[in-house]
Design a protein around this ligand. Sequence first.
Ligand SMILES: Nc1ncnc2c1ncn2[C@@H]1O[C@H](COP(=O)(O)OP(=O)(O)OP(=O)(O)O)[C@@H](O)[C@H]1O
Ligand code: SF4
Ligand SMILES: [Mg+2]
Length: 383
Amino acid sequence: MFQTPGCLVSSCDNELVLRIENLRAYYTSKKGIVRAVDDVSFDIKRGESVGLFGESGSGKTSVALAIMGVFDRMSRYYASSSGDETTRHLWELRDQARKKGLTSSDMNEVLPGVEGHIWFKDKDLLALDEKEYRKIRGNEITYVPQGSKKSMNPYMTIDYQTAESLWAHDEKRILQERQVIRRVLQALDLVELADVDIRKDFKPTQFSVGEDQRVLIAMALITKPALMIADEPTTGLDSGVQQRVLAAIDLVRKELSTSMLIISNDQRLIEWTTNRVAVMSAGRIMEFGETNKVLKLPGHPFTRAFVMSNPTMEALRRIREKGLVIRGIPGSPPDMTSPPSGCRFHPRCEYMVPLCREKVPDYREVEPGHWICCHRYEELPEF
Ligand SMILES: Nc1ncnc2c1ncn2[C@@H]1O[C@H](COP(=O)(O)OP(=O)(O)OP(=O)(O)O)[C@@H](O)[C@H]1O
Ligand code: SF4
Ligand SMILES: [Mg+2]
């Protein structure tokens, strides 16, 4: 069984719905390979909600795309439109490696695409072919993408769009129309859409942004998935609407025992909706543990700086008590075509020493289930 110190996975496999091990996801660009996700490991238990929390560009959506099995296709699509010869060659090498079952290191090349393991129940998703993946994608694992309007067809009614994934995964053609209608109404009801009986025949343009977001959640839950990924589900919504979307997510988890991966850079959302959280910066997990512990007493310098850059009421209280200063994270996220050596946070870290530049820190379990990736954890001042 999988046992390396760098992997933040639980030992009790029966409970696990998802187990990601040493995930790597690289894009191509004209500037070179974009190392969007590197050596990322975490797991999600049955009925649990885990957060991916981090600044913009840290690789959160890329992790989701890898789980959904669309990362390679999407990055290849963008790459092919660039017409760049080197990029085309790199994707050819990737295809050759995959056919031979080889990794980048076997080939002695830095190749684009996804590597590592994504275990969903007892299957390694990265070993599945597209036909097998299609049975899981949009059915057992669903995705509420970032930016709701773009993800819906403006010309089709929402009941049709919500029913689509049920029909698509009904391979044996056993579902009857009235059953599907009932499931659609139940799903839209669960996300508390008003006047469902009438408004199910509306098109997305006839809904507010917050309602759209809840319809997307209904679409993602109608198949009763084992895992639902929600990518920035409340971004751009005002606070009243955010509350309703959060309530919808919470209801889904309680009613259907669906495991959740909630992706966000909003501390409040992560605090309200998740049990455990992985804090990401520059394509790596910096800290992982129970949400209330990680956000209340962050141990990693990045988490501390990130939490302090947009503090919650609780953090503000502590800041005032301890006479700390509120400030943003210095500098900007690194260029991921040439990420910093050693600890990827080192150019922006006030505690950096030469070792931080030279060596990638190991993960250390500072208390049961709470992992931190920092050379100097023990020496840091109390938060
Ligand atoms: N199609 C692409 N081609 C090349 N690079 C990409 C592509 N999509 C994303 N990237 C780069 O990959 C890195 C990770 O991006 P990603 O979208 O996963 O971050 P994120 O954490 O989801 O950010 P945000 O919070 O802004 O949504 C960034 O450096 C981004 O610029
Ligand atoms: S390893 Fe070094 S640079 Fe990285 S967070 Fe820790 S102290 Fe800062
Ligand atoms: Mg994103």
